[in-house]
Design a protein around this ligand. Structure first.
Ligand code: TPP
Ligand code: SF4
Length: 278
């Protein structure tokens, strides 16, 4: 993507003269996800009116505020419930949900499991910065064991869990993990997830230097990007590593890719059958 195209996309898709300047800290990865979202929608040629972005609360939730589509900035942990209602009522709409790791896996964890189980035809972008960014750095379900946060000043005692494994087990159609360092791959995953007829999840590793990096071993946002560069590796490379060498490494790529119809499609087919008395 050259600079001219990038600028054109900003003018086409961002509420650039209304909602800016944005709230993201220098070095935050959330803006890169915003870029990926806009490029993917543009590449798919979707009309703005046919796209609805739904977000929860958190720094990640701000993404919905900046883009010129149908947008809903909902309550913390409930973005998927709003999105489910929208998709059931307007199945032709491309519904894309943006959530933080806290939003999607802590308070909204149950909704994530059941959105995947139902295979509702929405796309979930999960911005995993391993921390609650907006509220001051409390630990989340993905804060790595032993790392420091506002609520684990002596090191996190709890185990973290794996978003990909969770969504795979809950039977989502499309499950992928990428990072904001590996932008070209990320764009492909977001585009594929939006195109998938069922529930598409992309977990996106993204740095929060302000609330996570400063309390841990990172000296700058650049170090956090270098961490992603070195440690987010393909699942093939990850599988070839010994158990001990896997420590700290994050497997990425597409883990599940099915093309089952979304539940809304099944619902409308059933409604037609019932109405026709078949
Ligand atoms: C019901 C409810 N509980 C708690 C909060 C406070 N709150 C706002 S954002 C947030 C956490 C955000 O963390 P995350 O979802 O990981 O997103 P990030 O800010 O890191 O992008 C919390 C706990 C709230 N707004 N509503
Ligand atoms: S607090 Fe963290 S997640 Fe929030 S804008 Fe700053 S760097 Fe980004």
């Amino acid at each position: 993507m050259n600079e001219i195209q990038g600028t054109q996309l900003i003018h086409k898709y961002l509420r650039h003269n209304k909602k800016f300047p944005h709230v993201f800290c220098p070095g935050c990865g959330h803006g890169i996800v915003l870029g990926s979202l806009v490029r993917s929608i543009d590449a798919l040629g979707l009309a703005k009116d046919d796209v609805c972005i739904v977000a929860g609360i958190g720094c990640s939730g701000r993404l919905a505020v900046y883009v010129d589509f149908n947008t809903v900035h909902t309550t913390h942990g409930r973005a998927l419930t709003f999105a489910t209602g929208i998709k059931m009522a307007r199945p032709e709409m491309n519904v894309i949900v943006v959530m933080g790791d806290g939003d999607s896996m802590a308070i909204g964890g149950n909704h994530l499991i059941h959105a995947a189980r139902r295979n509702i035809g929405v796309t979930a972008l999960i911005l995993n910065n391993n921390i609650y960014g907006m509220t001051g750095g409390q630990c989340s379900p993905t804060t790595p064991s032993g790392s420091f946060s506002m609520t684990s000043p002596y090191g996190q005692m709890e185990q973290s869990f794996d978003c990909v494994e969770l969504c795979r087990a809950a039977k989502a159609n499309y499950v992928a993990r990428g990072s904001v360092f590996h932008v070209n791959e990320l764009d492909k995953m977001v585009t594929e997830a939006i195109s998938n007829p069922g529930f598409g999840v992309v977990e996106i590793m993204t740095p929060c230097f302000t609330q996570f990096g400063r309390k841990n071993k990172y000296k700058s946002p650049v170090e956090m990007f270098n961490y992603l560069k070195k440690n987010v590796i393909s699942q093939e490379r990850y599988n070839d590593l010994s158990e001990s060498d896997r420590d700290g490494k994050i497997p990425s790529g597409v883990f599940v890719k099915k093309s089952e119809p979304g539940i809304e499609e099944k619902y409308y087919a059933m409604a037609r059958q019932v109405q026709e008395g078949i």
